[in-house]
Design a protein around this ligand. Sequence first.
Ligand SMILES: Cc1ncc(COP(=O)(O)O)c(C=O)c1O
Length: 388
Amino acid sequence: MQFSKRMNHFGENIFTTLLSMKQELETSGTKVIDLSIGAPNIPPAQHVIDALVEAAKDPDNYIYAIKDLEELHEAVAAWYQRRYQVKIDPAQEVVSLLGSQEGLAHFALSMIDEGDLVLVPDPCYPVFGDGPLIAGADLYPMKLRKENQYLIDFDEIPEEIARKARFMVVSYPNNPTTATAPPEFYDRLIAFAKKYDIIVLHDNAYSELVFDTEPGRSFLEYPGAREVGVEFNSLSKTYGLAGARIGFCIGNAQIVAQVAKLKSNMDYGMFLPIQKAAIAAITGDQSCVEKTREAYRRRRDVFCDGFTEIGWKIDRCPATMFVWAKIPDGFASSEEFVKTLLVKGGVLVTPGSAFGKSGEGYVRIALVKDEEDIRLAIRQVKESGILK
Ligand SMILES: Cc1ncc(COP(=O)(O)O)c(C=O)c1O
């Protein structure tokens, strides 16, 4: 049999190796604390579950949705107005996604042609590059460096690359580096995108998980943003709806129309009870958002302070549900450290190199376990003696 060359982008990777190492350890009786994948364990608020259950009881809600409910778009407009003071046209400036991941995987198919150039951060959340690769793009990595607070340095992008680029993916608060971006950054981004006619996809999955400073903002708050791009937003972490698969593409009407057109030929819309649950989430009582933020903040403090105490110095991360930590001295690579941490300490994290070349020397920890398990992870690593 012969298969698509496209699939070669998803060859055997470190995740497959780590997963089988983890399974082997578990079979031999070791408790592995898995902090590798960003799968949240905080459930939705009761009123959101109730809305889903009520809608699921109605036999009429099992038809193909085909399109988003008008009331869903109106709810998104009300949410953006209330939360970010951004006015959007519910009829033309929003389309739902079956999770941001789905949107990120498909976006390039509606924007570019084979051989076009796409700018992606390095390191980055993998689908930022995989989506464009599926569409046949060439990628240019925009380096995120600690000394630049992990912000994209637009002056570093060569003129001929900027002229060729069709779109760019930008995302703050950032996974994996956990960095946030100040308003001046967005002004520079929009000026750069206008100058070179580059479409911007801003992924805003973590605006609600900013801990010690002002709340996160929307890309669409900045003047000119809507002329150059769209924002993806997700209900997965903010409202505990990860498994329900719901997110949105919001902003420039022409781009939204392209995404909606592609999707209308690929899927039959979102299960209606999920649309109803999303409405309940974004228009209902918002105290769950604060509770979720607090839960992640406490986990971050327990993790960063606890490991610092036992000899692995980790600064408290400013945002997201992740910790981005430099590997301790004495390890040749992030992969080597991850394997040692797993085998000797029973703790699984992701090597920074899995997010791109510039991630080497770091690991990403997903705060997807309760404080008790995080404390256990610290104890296990301390007892393993791997931190000298
Ligand atoms: C930056 C970023 N974007 C998108 C996603 C995917 O979100 P969703 O559940 O909406 O597909 C994640 C999930 O970890 C993420 O970290």
